[in-house]
Design a protein around this ligand. Structure first.
Ligand SMILES: [Zn+2]
Length: 296
């Protein structure tokens, strides 16, 4: 077993993951010709320790939306004339990496006025207090994730929360509006954000997907949440699918296709539900395995 595997294991947030050793190798599901197991999905999402903390080349995605995250943990910068919105601080130790990406793009980290997150796990929101300290940004949190967020206290720092939102609420700055959709399951307040951008004279719907990965055992409550979530997500208008791990939207492959004059690879309506298909198939297979009669 590789060193990377153990590192990914050590950093994964779900207690079930610890218990299962990086996720079990069953059930396996085949979605659009690819085979997935809980273990392979986790390895794909997290990569190595280095992948989680190494700057990925910051780049424009579309309109006023930029990628400022690491190789496997997404952070997005949404730039407006009245200041900027940052989504996902990721690990606290990544905040300087994000800061560097923002300035590499020619923007100022001190212009970040609002901090959003996809879900209350350390690999996405541990750095909130550090971002707040550096920028004074307003930290926005979905009500259902508050308890989990408050428990994320790197170095004993209180987790800042300035505005509590609910399903369907919106966040606006400088002419950009993001709408928060409660897509619970992975965490109780898992939030999928949507916005519209104009690029090259056309309008596009952008979806910042939360993680929809179910645990290795699914409680009845979580099952109900996921059933609702998959329906909600599939109903969202979408031209540009993004996700809180780059692998959820094939970020690295798309980035490699970015060329002047070429079509924008991030416009990918056909794959808006690819990650949802994978996670829903795994969810159903896990439920089926869970309810199958046990053989002694
Ligand atoms: Zn998570």
């Amino acid at each position: 077993m590789s060193k990377h595997f153990f590192t990914a294991l050590a950093l994964a947030s779900a207690a079930t993951v610890f218990a299962q050793g990086g996720g079990p190798d069953h059930p396996s599901v085949t979605v659009h010709g690819q085979v997935y197991t809980p273990r392979s999905i986790l390895a794909r999402n997290m990569g190595s320790t280095d992948d989680q903390t190494t700057q990925f080349p910051p780049h424009k995605i579309i309109g006023n939306i930029y990628y400022v995250g690491t190789k496997t943990l997404s952070s997005f910068l949404i730039v407006t004339p009245q200041g900027d919105i940052l989504m996902n601080s990721t690990y606290e130790r990544n905040v300087p990496v994000i800061q560097k990406s923002v300035s590499d793009l020619g923007f100022k980290f001190s212009d970040v006025k609002i901090l959003l997150g996809n879900h209350a796990h350390g690999d996405h929101q541990e750095g909130d207090a550090a971002v707040k300290q550096l920028t004074g940004a307003q930290v926005v949190a979905m009500a259902e994730d508050l308890d989990a967020l408050k428990a994320i206290k790197p170095g004993g720092k209180e987790h800042p929360v300035d505005r509590v939102i609910h399903d369907g609420d919106s966040v606006s700055l400088g002419g950009t509006t993001l709408v928060a959709h409660l897509t619970a399951g992975h965490t109780p307040g898992c939030t999928t954000w949507t916005t519209k951008v104009r690029d090259g004279g056309k309008d596009y719907n952008v979806v910042f997907h939360c993680s929809y990965r179910a645990g290795n055992t699914i409680s009845p409550d979580a099952a109900r949440q996921f059933e609702r979530t998959f329906k909600v997500v599939r109903a969202l208008p979408c031209d540009v699918p993004l996700g809180d791990h780059g692998a959820q939207y094939n970020m690295q492959e798309k980035y490699a296709k970015l060329k002047p004059g070429a079509p924008n690879p991030f416009i990918d309506k056909a794959n808006c539900n690819l990650e949802t298909d994978i996670q829903e198939a795994m969810f159903k297979a896990t439920l089926a395995e869970q309810s199958a009669p046990k053989t002694q």
